[in-house]
Design a protein around this ligand. Structure first.
Ligand code: BES
Ligand code: ZN
Ligand code: ZN
Length: 478
């Protein structure tokens, strides 16, 4: 969906009026009968009301008077999504938006919901045109005070992350992902360095190489760099994304019915990292950000790594692999070790890491844990509420460490039946020596059914969260 600036015009065929109460301001130009009708509908708890004048359709949308704060914004996103679905049902292609609330945060949430709700993934439908949404252009009249470029960049980033997640392995393996990211970099202005298997071998990234052993495709380690000369930070923010292009579990093959069906989404962390760099570069933000993406698929094969194997990792330590399905931490560990060379201010990794975090939180929140200062953790949690990509904190107490002890190596790659999300985090912690935060997005990255403006399919989780966090942490001076 494209945003553009336009003049207010009472004659536009389709107008969307955003109002704050139940009664329509006179300036909107509705007749008395129309105003009475609209107020009546709002009083019956309708939030999107249509006035069809035959030669003009007016949609009115009112904010929910009973909610406030973050939930008010989330309701507005959902209303925006509902509005767009009604516009599509009526085959409307374009409309202009008029704001009668004067609240730019409300307006932003509404437009965000409209944009996110209009996403579709149609690449493999022969008759895509029959399914394509009609609504594609939204004119912002001068009453609307938001920055279209910022919203469009964020939406484009989410769209790209969703596209990557929705692409199946048959069309997106590790080398193809790396090439796609290179294209984005050329477009938006960040640099991309792609390490091939030989370079990965010479760096002795044993974790990434072990997972790749069963694959028919070579691995990639992708380094994304956005280093503007006017950066406000000396030490970079490093983002690390799990890029498991498909997770069969490997020789510890995924056991239960349907547990493999959506495992093309196991690179959603990588997608969020690449998309966030795209947004930051496109917006030309003065913040140094590095992205690190270790990428491969995980499959069984004659040469696949096996339970019982001992792997020497990029940092020189050894890992006893007791389950090849705990592969994400193997490649993330190498990327987290690699991140040390940047002397980072903060490292945030995003990974579809454990079924446990999905079991605990469902699709309503991602798990957050790490070693960064409480203030940083709180800022992330706040960004989570603001973007409605909510985060719930898990502990990394030292007591959990003993669950990873191994008799023959420095540690095991699994911690047993209990506290799986936490032991995965504990495993990663060993490869960090800087302020670090880990987001387990296993439950939020992919929805098999639609939930308002998310899904079905990849949600792009992490992108709006990171954009909000980077803006508030580095760019807001108050
Ligand atoms: N990719 C999975 C985690 C996952 C599960 C993501 C469900 C999305 C939805 C990960 O690689 C995995 O298999 N984790 C195992 C770890 C276990 C073997 C210690 C898990 O959580 O079951
Ligand atoms: Zn796995
Ligand atoms: Zn996985």
């Amino acid at each position: 969906m494209e945003l553009y600036r336009c003049e207010a015009s009472g004659n536009a065929f389709c107008r969307i009026l955003f109002i704050s109460g139940k009664s329509v301001p006179d300036a909107a130009g509705l007749s008395e009968r129309e105003q009475q009708y609209v107020t009546g509908r709002f009083e019956k708890d309708h939030r999107v009301v249509e006035v069809n004048r035959f030669e003009q359709i007016i949609w009115l949308i009112s904010r929910d008077p009973d909610s406030q704060g973050h939930s008010l914004l989330e309701n507005l996103r959902r209303d925006g999504c509902e509005l767009v679905s009604q516009l599509n049902k009526q085959k409307v292609e374009e409309a202009i938006l008029e704001d009668y609330t004067g609240e730019s945060a409300w307006m932003e949430a509404l437009v965000e919901g409209m944009m996110l709700g209009s996403y579709q993934f149609l690449s493999y439908l022969s008759r895509a045109d029959e399914k394509r949404n009609s609504f594609s252009r939204l004119g912002l009249t001068p009453t609307v005070t938001l920055d279209p470029e910022e919203l469009s960049s964020a939406f484009e980033a989410v769209k790209r992350a969703r596209d990557l997640v929705n692409e199946p392995l048959s069309h997106l393996n590790a080398p193809q992902l790396a090439e796609k990211i290179r294209d984005w970099g050329q477009e938006a202005g960040f640099q991309t360095e792609i390490l091939d298997k030989k370079r990965i071998e010479s760096l002795q990234m044993g974790g990434l190489l072990a997972v790749n052993k069963g694959s028919i495709d070579p691995p990639r380690f992708v380094i994304l760099t956005w280093e503007p000369t006017n950066a406000v930070n000396d030490k970079p923010l490093v983002l690390v994304g799990k890029g498991v292009m498909y997770d069969t579990g490997g020789l510890s093959l995924k056991p239960t019915l349907n547990s493999m069906d959506y495992m093309k989404s196991d690179m959603a962390g990588a997608a969020a990292v690449a998309a966030s760099l795209y947004a930051v570069a496109r917006l030309n933000w003065p913040v140094k950000v590095i992205g690190l993406i270790p990428a491969t698929d995980n499959r069984p094969d004659g040469n696949a790594y096996a339970p019982g194997d001992v792997i020497r990792m990029h940092d020189g330590s050894t890992v006893e692999v007791l389950n090849t399905d705990a592969e994400g931490r193997m490649l993330l560990a190498d990327a987290l070790t690699y991140a040390k060379k940047y002397d980072p201010e903060l490292v945030i990794d995003l990974a579809t890491l454990t079924g446990t975090s999905q079991l605990c939180l469902g699709a309503e929140a991602s798990a957050l844990m790490g070693t960064a200062a409480d203030s940083v953790m709180n800022e992330l949690v706040e960004s989570g509420f603001a973007s409605h990509e909510r985060l719930v904190r898990f502990p990394l107490w030292p007591e959990y460490d003993k669950m990873l002890e191994s008799d023959i190596a420095d540690r095991k790659n699994i911690g047993g039946r209990l506290a799986g999300g936490i032991t995965a985090g504990k495993f990663l912690q060993h490869f960090t020596d800087y302020p670090w935060m880990h987001l387990d997005i296993a439950g939020t990255a992919f929805l098999s059914k639609r939930d308002a403006y998310r899904g079905p399919g990849g949600t792009g989780v992490g992108v709006r969260l990171l954009i909000h966090f980077i803006r508030s942490h580095f760019l807001k001076t108050n």
